[in-house]
Design a protein around this ligand. Sequence first.
Ligand SMILES: N[C@@H](CC=O)C(=O)O
Length: 364
Amino acid sequence: MRKMEQKLRAGILGATGMVGQRFISLLENHPWFEVVTVAASERSAGKTYEEAVSDRWKMDTPMPESVKKLVVLNVNEVKKVADTVDLVFSAVDMTKDEIKAIEEEYAKTETPVVSNNSAHRWTPDVPMVVPEINTEHFDVIADQKKRLGTTRGFIAVKPNCSIQSYAPCLAAWKEFGAKEVVATTYQAISGAGKTFKDWPEMVENIIPYIGGEEEKSEQEPLRVLGKVENGEIVKAQLPKITCQCIRVPVFNGHTAAVFINFEKKPTKEQLIEKLVNFKGFPQEAELPSAPKQFIQYLEDDNRPQVKLDVDYERGMGVSIGRLREDTMFDYKFVGLSHNTVRGAAGGAVLCAEALTAKGYIQAK
Ligand SMILES: N[C@@H](CC=O)C(=O)O
Protein backbone atom coordinates (compact mmCIF):
# COMPACT_ATOMS: atom_id res chain seq x y z
CA MET A 1 0.00 0.00 0.00
CA ARG A 2 1.24 3.49 -0.94
CA LYS A 3 2.27 5.70 2.02
CA MET A 4 1.04 9.33 2.25
CA GLU A 5 3.42 11.91 3.64
CA GLN A 6 0.49 13.98 4.80
CA LYS A 7 -3.11 12.85 4.98
CA LEU A 8 -5.65 14.58 2.75
CA ARG A 9 -8.22 16.68 4.63
CA ALA A 10 -11.68 15.25 4.11
CA GLY A 11 -15.08 16.79 4.74
CA ILE A 12 -18.32 14.85 5.12
CA LEU A 13 -21.43 16.52 3.69
CA GLY A 14 -24.53 15.16 5.37
CA ALA A 15 -22.39 13.92 8.26
CA THR A 16 -25.20 13.31 10.74
CA GLY A 17 -27.27 10.80 8.68
CA MET A 18 -26.77 7.03 8.45
CA VAL A 19 -24.37 7.13 5.48
CA GLY A 20 -22.57 10.17 6.90
CA GLN A 21 -22.02 8.24 10.13
CA ARG A 22 -20.74 5.27 8.14
CA PHE A 23 -18.21 7.56 6.38
CA ILE A 24 -17.04 8.78 9.76
CA SER A 25 -16.63 5.31 11.20
CA LEU A 26 -14.85 3.96 8.07
CA LEU A 27 -12.47 6.92 7.94
CA GLU A 28 -11.38 6.56 11.58
CA ASN A 29 -7.61 5.96 11.38
CA HIS A 30 -7.70 5.90 7.57
CA PRO A 31 -4.11 6.02 6.29
CA TRP A 32 -4.78 8.61 3.53
CA PHE A 33 -7.80 10.70 4.59
CA GLU A 34 -8.52 12.53 7.81
CA VAL A 35 -11.99 13.86 8.61
CA VAL A 36 -11.42 17.51 9.53
CA THR A 37 -14.85 18.93 8.67
CA VAL A 38 -18.39 17.74 9.20
CA ALA A 39 -21.25 19.58 7.52
CA ALA A 40 -24.99 19.10 7.76
CA SER A 41 -28.24 21.04 7.65
CA GLU A 42 -28.74 24.41 9.31
CA ARG A 43 -30.47 22.59 12.20
CA SER A 44 -27.23 20.88 13.24
CA ALA A 45 -24.85 23.72 12.33
CA GLY A 46 -23.02 25.31 15.25
CA LYS A 47 -23.36 22.25 17.49
CA THR A 48 -20.50 19.87 18.14
CA TYR A 49 -20.82 16.64 16.15
CA GLU A 50 -21.44 14.80 19.40
CA GLU A 51 -24.30 17.16 20.33
CA ALA A 52 -25.78 17.13 16.83
CA VAL A 53 -25.90 13.34 16.63
CA SER A 54 -26.31 12.59 20.36
CA ASP A 55 -28.49 9.44 20.64
CA ARG A 56 -28.83 9.08 16.83
CA TRP A 57 -25.41 7.38 16.42
CA LYS A 58 -26.33 4.15 14.60
CA MET A 59 -22.96 2.46 14.05
CA ASP A 60 -21.94 -0.60 16.04
CA THR A 61 -18.56 0.94 16.90
CA PRO A 62 -18.38 4.01 19.17
CA MET A 63 -18.30 7.52 17.70
CA PRO A 64 -14.60 8.30 16.99
CA GLU A 65 -13.11 10.70 19.58
CA SER A 66 -11.53 12.70 16.74
CA VAL A 67 -14.91 13.93 15.44
CA LYS A 68 -16.83 14.42 18.69
CA LYS A 69 -15.71 18.02 19.22
CA LEU A 70 -15.76 19.12 15.56
CA VAL A 71 -18.28 21.95 15.15
CA VAL A 72 -20.82 21.08 12.46
CA LEU A 73 -20.77 23.55 9.57
CA ASN A 74 -23.79 24.49 7.48
CA VAL A 75 -23.53 22.41 4.30
CA ASN A 76 -25.03 25.31 2.29
CA GLU A 77 -22.10 27.58 3.20
CA VAL A 78 -20.10 25.99 0.42
CA LYS A 79 -17.02 28.21 0.38
CA LYS A 80 -16.63 28.10 4.17
CA VAL A 81 -16.71 24.29 4.13
CA ALA A 82 -14.61 23.89 0.99
CA ASP A 83 -11.84 26.17 2.31
CA THR A 84 -11.09 23.65 5.08
CA VAL A 85 -10.68 20.47 2.98
CA ASP A 86 -8.94 18.74 0.06
CA LEU A 87 -11.98 16.63 -0.87
CA VAL A 88 -15.53 15.99 0.30
CA PHE A 89 -17.63 12.85 0.60
CA SER A 90 -21.27 13.63 -0.08
CA ALA A 91 -24.23 11.99 1.63
CA VAL A 92 -26.41 15.10 1.72
CA ASP A 93 -30.12 14.64 2.21
CA MET A 94 -31.88 17.09 -0.13
CA THR A 95 -33.98 16.94 -3.28
CA LYS A 96 -32.28 15.56 -6.38
CA ASP A 97 -32.08 19.01 -8.01
CA GLU A 98 -30.64 20.54 -4.86
CA ILE A 99 -28.03 17.78 -4.61
CA LYS A 100 -27.08 18.23 -8.27
CA ALA A 101 -26.60 21.93 -7.74
CA ILE A 102 -24.74 21.80 -4.43
CA GLU A 103 -22.34 19.04 -5.55
CA GLU A 104 -21.48 21.16 -8.62
CA GLU A 105 -20.99 24.21 -6.39
CA TYR A 106 -18.49 22.24 -4.30
CA ALA A 107 -16.67 20.99 -7.42
CA LYS A 108 -16.46 24.59 -8.66
CA THR A 109 -14.57 25.56 -5.49
CA GLU A 110 -11.87 23.16 -6.85
CA THR A 111 -12.90 20.50 -4.33
CA PRO A 112 -13.28 16.91 -5.60
CA VAL A 113 -16.67 15.49 -4.58
CA VAL A 114 -17.09 11.74 -4.15
CA SER A 115 -20.79 11.14 -3.78
CA ASN A 116 -23.06 8.43 -2.54
CA ASN A 117 -26.10 10.22 -4.00
CA SER A 118 -27.97 9.29 -7.14
CA ALA A 119 -28.34 12.88 -8.44
CA HIS A 120 -25.34 12.80 -10.81
CA ARG A 121 -25.36 9.09 -11.69
CA TRP A 122 -26.58 9.83 -15.20
CA THR A 123 -24.71 13.08 -15.85
CA PRO A 124 -22.82 12.03 -19.01
CA ASP A 125 -19.37 13.28 -17.92
CA VAL A 126 -19.62 12.11 -14.28
CA PRO A 127 -18.03 8.70 -13.72
CA MET A 128 -20.11 6.16 -11.74
CA VAL A 129 -17.57 3.68 -10.56
CA VAL A 130 -17.19 0.31 -8.86
CA PRO A 131 -13.39 0.46 -8.63
CA GLU A 132 -12.86 -3.24 -9.40
CA ILE A 133 -14.88 -2.86 -12.60
CA ASN A 134 -14.59 0.47 -14.37
CA THR A 135 -11.91 2.91 -13.19
CA GLU A 136 -11.29 3.70 -16.90
CA HIS A 137 -14.49 5.76 -16.65
CA PHE A 138 -12.43 8.32 -14.68
CA ASP A 139 -11.25 9.46 -18.14
CA VAL A 140 -14.42 11.57 -18.50
CA ILE A 141 -13.29 13.76 -15.59
CA ALA A 142 -11.14 15.81 -17.98
CA ASP A 143 -14.26 16.73 -20.00
CA GLN A 144 -16.28 17.39 -16.85
CA LYS A 145 -13.61 19.81 -15.61
CA LYS A 146 -13.79 21.67 -18.95
CA ARG A 147 -17.57 21.95 -18.56
CA LEU A 148 -17.30 23.14 -14.95
CA GLY A 149 -14.33 25.41 -15.68
CA THR A 150 -12.23 23.80 -12.95
CA THR A 151 -8.67 22.55 -12.74
CA ARG A 152 -8.99 20.11 -9.81
CA GLY A 153 -12.67 20.14 -8.83
CA PHE A 154 -14.98 17.41 -10.16
CA ILE A 155 -17.69 14.96 -9.12
CA ALA A 156 -17.41 11.17 -9.10
CA VAL A 157 -20.18 8.90 -7.84
CA LYS A 158 -20.75 5.30 -6.90
CA PRO A 159 -23.79 3.29 -8.00
CA ASN A 160 -26.82 2.25 -5.96
CA CYS A 161 -26.39 -0.25 -3.13
CA SER A 162 -28.94 -2.65 -4.62
CA ILE A 163 -26.74 -3.58 -7.63
CA GLN A 164 -23.63 -4.52 -5.66
CA SER A 165 -24.74 -8.08 -4.97
CA TYR A 166 -25.11 -9.04 -8.66
CA ALA A 167 -23.45 -6.43 -10.96
CA PRO A 168 -19.92 -7.63 -10.02
CA CYS A 169 -20.89 -11.09 -11.35
CA LEU A 170 -21.96 -9.57 -14.66
CA ALA A 171 -18.54 -7.92 -14.94
CA ALA A 172 -16.71 -11.13 -13.99
CA TRP A 173 -18.71 -13.06 -16.61
CA LYS A 174 -18.40 -10.45 -19.39
CA GLU A 175 -16.76 -12.86 -21.87
CA PHE A 176 -19.79 -15.20 -21.75
CA GLY A 177 -22.09 -12.38 -22.86
CA ALA A 178 -24.83 -12.19 -20.26
CA LYS A 179 -27.95 -11.33 -22.23
CA GLU A 180 -30.92 -11.56 -19.83
CA VAL A 181 -31.09 -11.09 -16.08
CA VAL A 182 -34.08 -11.37 -13.76
CA ALA A 183 -33.27 -10.23 -10.21
CA THR A 184 -35.17 -9.84 -6.98
CA THR A 185 -33.44 -7.88 -4.24
CA TYR A 186 -34.15 -8.30 -0.53
CA GLN A 187 -33.02 -5.00 0.95
CA ALA A 188 -32.07 -4.13 4.51
CA ILE A 189 -33.72 -1.29 6.42
CA SER A 190 -30.42 0.59 6.89
CA GLY A 191 -30.64 1.28 3.13
CA ALA A 192 -33.52 3.57 4.01
CA GLY A 193 -31.42 5.14 6.79
CA LYS A 194 -33.52 3.39 9.44
CA THR A 195 -33.13 1.13 12.44
CA PHE A 196 -35.89 -1.15 13.80
CA LYS A 197 -36.35 1.42 16.58
CA ASP A 198 -37.28 4.16 14.13
CA TRP A 199 -39.17 1.84 11.76
CA PRO A 200 -41.10 -0.57 14.02
CA GLU A 201 -43.52 -1.63 11.27
CA MET A 202 -40.60 -3.42 9.60
CA VAL A 203 -40.33 -5.92 12.47
CA GLU A 204 -41.57 -9.29 11.10
CA ASN A 205 -42.71 -7.55 7.93
CA ILE A 206 -41.94 -7.30 4.21
CA ILE A 207 -42.75 -4.25 2.10
CA PRO A 208 -42.75 -4.93 -1.65
CA TYR A 209 -41.88 -1.40 -2.74
CA ILE A 210 -38.79 0.83 -2.57
CA GLY A 211 -39.36 4.07 -4.49
CA GLY A 212 -37.18 4.41 -7.60
CA GLU A 213 -35.14 1.33 -6.73
CA GLU A 214 -36.19 -1.01 -9.53
CA GLU A 215 -35.23 1.48 -12.26
CA LYS A 216 -31.83 2.01 -10.61
CA SER A 217 -31.28 -1.73 -10.24
CA GLU A 218 -32.12 -2.36 -13.90
CA GLN A 219 -30.25 0.58 -15.46
CA GLU A 220 -27.19 1.32 -13.33
CA PRO A 221 -25.34 -1.96 -14.05
CA LEU A 222 -25.48 -1.02 -17.74
CA ARG A 223 -23.75 2.28 -17.12
CA VAL A 224 -21.06 0.60 -14.99
CA LEU A 225 -20.51 -1.95 -17.80
CA GLY A 226 -20.52 0.81 -20.44
CA LYS A 227 -17.59 2.50 -22.18
CA VAL A 228 -16.15 5.96 -22.62
CA GLU A 229 -16.79 7.55 -26.02
CA ASN A 230 -16.06 11.21 -26.85
CA GLY A 231 -15.77 12.25 -23.21
CA GLU A 232 -19.03 10.62 -22.15
CA ILE A 233 -20.05 7.25 -20.77
CA VAL A 234 -22.17 5.24 -23.16
CA LYS A 235 -24.12 2.51 -21.39
CA ALA A 236 -23.92 -1.15 -22.41
CA GLN A 237 -26.92 -2.52 -24.34
CA LEU A 238 -26.86 -5.94 -22.69
CA PRO A 239 -27.84 -7.69 -20.54
CA LYS A 240 -31.50 -6.76 -20.39
CA ILE A 241 -32.28 -6.58 -16.68
CA THR A 242 -35.63 -6.71 -14.93
CA CYS A 243 -35.80 -6.35 -11.19
CA GLN A 244 -38.12 -6.37 -8.18
CA CYS A 245 -36.88 -4.68 -5.00
CA ILE A 246 -38.33 -5.72 -1.66
CA ARG A 247 -37.70 -4.32 1.82
CA VAL A 248 -37.08 -7.10 4.36
CA PRO A 249 -36.62 -7.12 8.15
CA VAL A 250 -32.82 -7.19 8.10
CA PHE A 251 -30.66 -4.36 9.49
CA ASN A 252 -27.61 -4.55 7.18
CA GLY A 253 -27.13 -6.59 3.99
CA HIS A 254 -28.84 -6.58 0.60
CA THR A 255 -29.43 -10.05 -0.90
CA ALA A 256 -30.28 -10.68 -4.56
CA ALA A 257 -31.80 -13.82 -6.11
CA VAL A 258 -30.84 -13.80 -9.78
CA PHE A 259 -31.64 -15.76 -12.96
CA ILE A 260 -29.36 -15.34 -15.98
CA ASN A 261 -29.08 -16.31 -19.65
CA PHE A 262 -25.84 -16.10 -21.64
CA GLU A 263 -24.95 -15.83 -25.34
CA LYS A 264 -22.47 -18.68 -24.80
CA LYS A 265 -23.52 -20.89 -21.90
CA PRO A 266 -20.47 -21.58 -19.72
CA THR A 267 -20.03 -24.45 -17.28
CA LYS A 268 -20.69 -23.90 -13.58
CA GLU A 269 -16.97 -24.45 -12.93
CA GLN A 270 -16.05 -21.73 -15.43
CA LEU A 271 -18.46 -19.31 -13.78
CA ILE A 272 -17.07 -19.95 -10.30
CA GLU A 273 -13.51 -19.70 -11.55
CA LYS A 274 -14.23 -16.26 -13.05
CA LEU A 275 -15.89 -15.06 -9.83
CA VAL A 276 -13.14 -16.03 -7.43
CA ASN A 277 -10.37 -14.74 -9.68
CA PHE A 278 -12.05 -11.46 -10.47
CA LYS A 279 -9.98 -8.47 -9.40
CA GLY A 280 -9.24 -4.96 -10.51
CA PHE A 281 -7.34 -1.77 -9.78
CA PRO A 282 -8.01 -1.77 -5.98
CA GLN A 283 -6.35 -5.17 -5.58
CA GLU A 284 -3.46 -4.36 -7.98
CA ALA A 285 -2.78 -1.02 -6.28
CA GLU A 286 -3.44 -2.49 -2.80
CA LEU A 287 -5.76 0.39 -1.93
CA PRO A 288 -6.34 0.73 1.83
CA SER A 289 -10.02 -0.29 1.72
CA ALA A 290 -9.71 -2.92 -1.02
CA PRO A 291 -10.92 -6.40 -0.17
CA LYS A 292 -8.13 -8.88 -0.84
CA GLN A 293 -10.67 -11.14 -2.51
CA PHE A 294 -13.56 -9.13 -3.99
CA ILE A 295 -15.96 -12.04 -4.63
CA GLN A 296 -16.13 -15.22 -2.56
CA TYR A 297 -18.08 -18.28 -3.71
CA LEU A 298 -19.75 -20.30 -0.94
CA GLU A 299 -20.48 -23.96 -1.66
CA ASP A 300 -22.90 -24.66 1.21
CA ASP A 301 -26.56 -24.70 0.14
CA ASN A 302 -27.53 -22.39 2.99
CA ARG A 303 -25.09 -19.56 2.10
CA PRO A 304 -24.69 -16.65 1.67
CA GLN A 305 -26.51 -15.72 4.85
CA VAL A 306 -26.81 -12.18 6.12
CA LYS A 307 -25.78 -13.12 9.67
CA LEU A 308 -22.71 -15.09 8.59
CA ASP A 309 -21.53 -13.30 5.48
CA VAL A 310 -22.50 -9.63 5.46
CA ASP A 311 -19.18 -8.54 6.98
CA TYR A 312 -17.05 -10.57 4.55
CA GLU A 313 -13.82 -8.60 3.85
CA ARG A 314 -14.91 -5.91 6.39
CA GLY A 315 -18.13 -5.43 4.42
CA MET A 316 -16.24 -4.65 1.19
CA GLY A 317 -16.54 -8.10 -0.42
CA VAL A 318 -19.43 -9.76 -2.21
CA SER A 319 -20.63 -13.29 -1.34
CA ILE A 320 -22.17 -15.53 -3.99
CA GLY A 321 -23.72 -18.96 -3.56
CA ARG A 322 -26.36 -21.40 -4.83
CA LEU A 323 -25.15 -21.19 -8.43
CA ARG A 324 -26.98 -23.90 -10.30
CA GLU A 325 -28.61 -24.66 -13.64
CA ASP A 326 -32.22 -23.65 -14.02
CA THR A 327 -35.13 -25.12 -15.96
CA MET A 328 -36.03 -21.85 -17.74
CA PHE A 329 -32.76 -19.86 -17.59
CA ASP A 330 -29.15 -20.99 -18.01
CA TYR A 331 -28.34 -20.45 -14.32
CA LYS A 332 -29.58 -18.97 -11.06
CA PHE A 333 -27.65 -17.80 -8.01
CA VAL A 334 -27.86 -15.73 -4.81
CA GLY A 335 -25.63 -12.73 -3.98
CA LEU A 336 -25.11 -10.70 -0.82
CA SER A 337 -23.31 -7.44 -0.09
CA HIS A 338 -23.15 -4.96 2.78
CA ASN A 339 -25.39 -2.09 1.71
CA THR A 340 -23.93 0.70 3.86
CA VAL A 341 -20.29 -0.41 3.49
CA ARG A 342 -19.61 -1.71 -0.07
CA GLY A 343 -23.00 -0.39 -1.18
CA ALA A 344 -22.57 3.14 0.18
CA ALA A 345 -19.81 4.82 2.20
CA GLY A 346 -17.20 2.04 1.75
CA GLY A 347 -17.75 2.03 -2.02
CA ALA A 348 -17.25 5.81 -2.08
CA VAL A 349 -14.12 5.65 0.08
CA LEU A 350 -12.64 3.00 -2.25
CA CYS A 351 -13.52 5.23 -5.19
CA ALA A 352 -11.72 8.18 -3.54
CA GLU A 353 -8.70 5.97 -2.88
CA ALA A 354 -8.62 4.94 -6.56
CA LEU A 355 -8.92 8.61 -7.61
CA THR A 356 -6.08 9.53 -5.25
CA ALA A 357 -3.85 6.69 -6.42
CA LYS A 358 -4.44 7.77 -10.02
CA GLY A 359 -3.56 11.41 -9.23
CA TYR A 360 -7.05 12.96 -9.54
CA ILE A 361 -7.10 14.03 -5.88
CA GLN A 362 -4.19 15.83 -4.22
CA ALA A 363 -3.69 18.31 -1.38
CA LYS A 364 -4.95 21.80 -2.34
N1 LIG B 1 -32.01 3.04 -1.89
C1 LIG B 1 -31.35 1.99 -1.19
C2 LIG B 1 -30.10 2.48 -0.56
C3 LIG B 1 -29.00 2.32 -1.54
O1 LIG B 1 -28.14 3.16 -1.79
C4 LIG B 1 -32.27 1.34 -0.21
O2 LIG B 1 -33.33 1.93 0.03
O3 LIG B 1 -31.94 0.28 0.30
